[in-house]
Design a protein around this ligand. Sequence first.
Ligand code: DP6
Length: 322
Amino acid sequence: MTYATALAHPNIALVKYWGKRDETLSLPATGSLSVTLDILPTTTTVEVDGSLRSDAFALDGATASPAALERVSRFLDLVRERAGDDRHAIVRSTNEVPTGAGLASSAAGFAALATAAAAAYGLRLDERERSRLARRGSGSAARSIVSGVSVWHAGDDAASFAEPVEAPPLALVLATVDAGEKPVPSRQAMRQSVATSPFFAAWVDDAERTLEAMLAASAAGDLETMGRLTERNAMRMHAVIQSNDPPVRYLTGASLAVLDRVQRLRDEGVVAHATADAGPNLAVLCAPGDAQSVADAIADVASVAIAHPGPGARLLAAEVAA
Ligand code: DP6
């Protein structure tokens, strides 16, 4: 028996990944940029065992759904193929998410799984190779391999990985308005945007230019420009999603209440800008010194948590036969 345990954190994109150009290889239509957080980690152990007849997957101590097991098992197939090792494994994963916070993330999950599985099957991968591997489990996981602010290149299979970029000090205030299940899984809504939104081509064109501007603002330490680009990019992504056929709308009245508060903070001179993934919850980008007052300003319309740039996925323990 050999095993490895890895830890990874979720990430919040400031320039979103929305749309694949290759489903099999999980290649994005555009590059994206995100912040790996320092809170809400996922810890995953992969135990490789030659006596198992199939893979098993436990999530937070309970047997995972058949669909979740299938997704983990297909991912392990990629690792097994690469390692030339066809043994099955038991995967145990725990999310340190406050009960009901609704922030469990496939990005942290597949970044931790890629790191643990690679080690357990004896693959020696550098950060880039792990980012490419994590991408195959969930696109955004490519970015949770990397510490702090990172860019995930659209590229071809070899070139599509995340790497760190220079950025000013920043904080993200997570504003949870609804911890429930999303009405439509993001993977499905993303696919529908590519196939049915009349605005998808414009989104791709705009996202590429926004990423260039974001990289320049980040390198220049210009948090205000980063914020403006972040909120604009999120609103454009949600506009695309709402233009799907059938339409999908993730933002709710409660989300808009948070957006109104963020606008009010700006009116008062605070540099704060919001983003939202494929769901109703928001993250507010601001300077670390403003995080507490931003959190206080929205605490009555959302449950809040303050996050900062955090570490990339890392191995915590491993015992692997030579
Ligand atoms: C809205 O990475 O979850 O959070 O590649 O299909 O697993 P799959 O999608 P996923 O999509 C994340 C979309 C997003 C934006 C982002 O994180 O960039």
